[in-house]
Design a protein around this ligand. Structure first.
Ligand code: HAM
Length: 450
């Protein structure tokens, strides 16, 4: 054998990993995802929201124009590339821009207003991967487009709160709210902030120095200690809010009080996306604060127009599902799993296998969750597999049983087994499992239009 041949043989294809910050969702984790989706869907339906899915891939312009050129998301975090047709495309880093693009594109202005939509989708940001910060992450979000009223902002917060309560994490989170006013009052405030930082540049971190040029409001929520000290001394927005802004903000607070939703007023909360006007809010980890907020949102009265529609107000929020699951686990919240299997079917010989295929179908149609060893394993190997699945009962069919028209039912916990006639085995198993435990979920009947 030549050397070349030997080295060819020795090369084993290397294992491929997911890219940094991008993860598989394995079955155990999916129990949480499934449960959260159920809660979100229930709370959405209860309040008249309808589901929307926008594409994962949009023209880059959708995000440039909405999130803002100078934001971290647009500057550093978008997955942007040219497609084969030379168009600039971006994997969506957040959900609001796409929903608003869809509102304009599909003429939803003609629908009864406000239009209330929700989504549960993956998003992509080229963030530095760390705990709670991923490059692909899931969000659910709610958007109310078409009307401007503080009560609608509070509706969003109320729904988020209900979902947190349902999931057992509400007491781990603190609602932070602020009002960043209309674009007009904010422009005056930005000017005051710029003036305040004149001569203080040397105390700022590199990021803030750059933001002073591009997005001065973001200096207020920098996490660096020196920047935070300065931010505390900076002029407060309160002095720049117009009477209208104040009225709006006061109503938000009154409505929250009415619903007994606790909040902290936070003058420094500005959010990382440019489209906000008036109300902004975030749900913080009560212990660690602003780092890794679980959710956030606010009002975006200029966004529809920014994306080519008529001037139309909007408000909404979204929540990071991975961060939510982290809190559920921290709070020892167990979610129900429907993945447990009732029955394992073991068989020997092709004839038995044939009978088993039919039996498995009958069991499943009756609501018994059934798996079968349909490979070539010995009876011993099949019984080991049954143990692995943790099933309460195993059905065994060998050559003798096929000949005699019987099946063995084995009670796995007691280690006892008995023969049952083939025709009776399904009902016998149902009795053992209990009608109430059968998996008879039906998605609803379909109808054929005449
Ligand atoms: P956002 O604050 O950028 O807002 O994101 C909302 C939530 O998504 C965050 O609070 C966090 O839980 C989660 N999240 C963000 N980035 C990551 C990441 N790299 N890894 C894991 N989770 C992350 C928005 O996206 C707005 N669209 C919210 C909104 C809806 N405003 C109005 N309507």
């Amino acid at each position: 054998m030549s050397d070349d041949n030997t080295s060819e043989k020795a090369v084993k294809p290397r294992k491929i990993q997911t890219p940094p910050g991008i993860h598989d969702i394995l079955p155990k984790e999916h129990d949480y995802f499934t449960f959260i989706k159920k809660v979100v869907r229930h709370r959405a339906r209860q309040s008249g929201f309808r589901r929307i899915s926008t594409p994962i891939l949009e023209f880059t312009e959708v995000f440039d124009r909405s999130i803002g050129d100078s934001t971290d998301i647009v500057q550093k975090e978008m997955y942007t590339f040219e497609d084969r047709g030379g168009r600039s495309m971006t994997l969506k880093p957040e959900g609001t821009a796409g929903v608003v693009r869809a509102y304009v594109q599909h003429g939803m202005k003609e629908f009864p207003q406000p239009v209330e939509l929700y989504y549960i989708e993956p998003h992509f940001r080229y963030d530095r991967p760390q705990k709670g910060r991923y490059r692909q992450f899931w969000q659910f979000g709610f958007e109310i487009i078409g009307e401007s009223d503080p009560a609608l902002d509070v509706q969003c917060i109320y729904i988020a709160n209900k979902i947190f309560e349902d999931l057992g994490v509400a007491n781990r989170l603190t609602l932070q709210i602020n009002n960043i006013g209309s674009p007009k009052s904010r422009a005056k405030y930005v000017e005051a902030i710029e003036n305040f930082y004149v001569g203080k540049e040397r105390s700022l971190c590199e990021n803030c120095l750059a933001r002073l040029e591009t997005n001065p409001l973001r200096l207020l929520d920098c996490k660096e200690e020196d920047c935070q000290i300065l931010a505390q001394l900076a002029p407060k927005f309160e002095q720049f809010r117009s009477e209208e802004d104040n009225h709006f903000h006061n109503l938000v607070k009154e409505f929250l009080d009415e619903l007994e939703i606790k909040f902290v007023e936070n003058e420094q909360l500005v959010r990382g996306l440019d489209y906000y006007t008036q109300t902004v809010f975030e749900f913080w980890d009560s212990e660690t604060g602003s780092q890794n907020a679980v959710g956030g949102g606010g009002r975006y009265d200029g966004l529809v127009e920014e994306l080519g529609g008529e001037s139309t107000p909007g408000t909404g929020f979204s929540v990071g599902i991975e961060r939510l699951i982290y809190h559920m686990k921290q709070a020892n919240i167990q979610v129900p799993s429907k993945d447990n299997v009732h029955v394992f079917v073991a068989q020997l010989g092709d004839l038995a296998k044939k009978k088993c295929l039919r039996l498995m179908d009958q069991l499943r149609e009756r609501g018994v969750k059934t798996v079968g060893a349909l490979g070539k394993g010995s009876m011993k190997a099949q019984m080991k597999l049954a143990d692995k699945f943790g099933v309460p009962y195993t059905l065994i069919m060998g050559i003798t049983e096929v000949r005699e028209g019987t099946v063995i039912i084995r009670d796995m916990a007691k280690g006892q087994q008995r023969f049952v006639k083939m025709e009776q085995v399904v009902e016998e198993v149902v009795k053992l499992i209990g009608e109430e435990n059968l998996d008879l979920y039906s998605p609803g009947e379909v109808t054929v239009m005449p």
